[in-house]
Design a protein around this ligand. Structure first.
Ligand code: ZN
Length: 103
């Protein structure tokens, strides 16, 4: 089916996935945020926001030419996406939930 319809099927399946995600978020009282698909999350240094011109897929770690921080490609991208998502929702800093401590 994908061969006949090509990318359209993938887009439809992904749209359906997003609808399910939106429904579940709404049902649980959560807000779903989106990040621009062209946001350079891998190429942007999470520490100083310097953006590389290019970053080949086989490069898993890179040193920022501006602040000299060594960035893990996936971890850096995840942090950038988390920040971009929280900014798009105007909720500020997003931190993982912490276990409540009994006093
Ligand atoms: Zn940097």
């Amino acid at each position: 089916m994908q061969r006949l319809w090509g990318r359209k099927v993938n887009d439809l399946a992904f749209r359906e996935f997003l609808q399910i995600l939106e429904f579940v978020a709404f049902k649980k009282g959560k807000t779903l945020g989106y990040v621009d698909q062209w946001y350079p999350s891998s190429k942007t240094c999470n520490h100083c926001k310097y953006v590389l011109e290019s970053l080949p897929l086989d490069v898993r770690r890179w040193r920022c030419p501006s602040c000299q921080t060594v960035n893990d490609r996936d971890g850096n991208a995840a942090n950038n996406i988390k920040e971009a998502g929280s900014l798009s929702l105007a909720v500020g800093d997003v931190r993982p939930s912490q276990t409540a401590m009994a006093a």
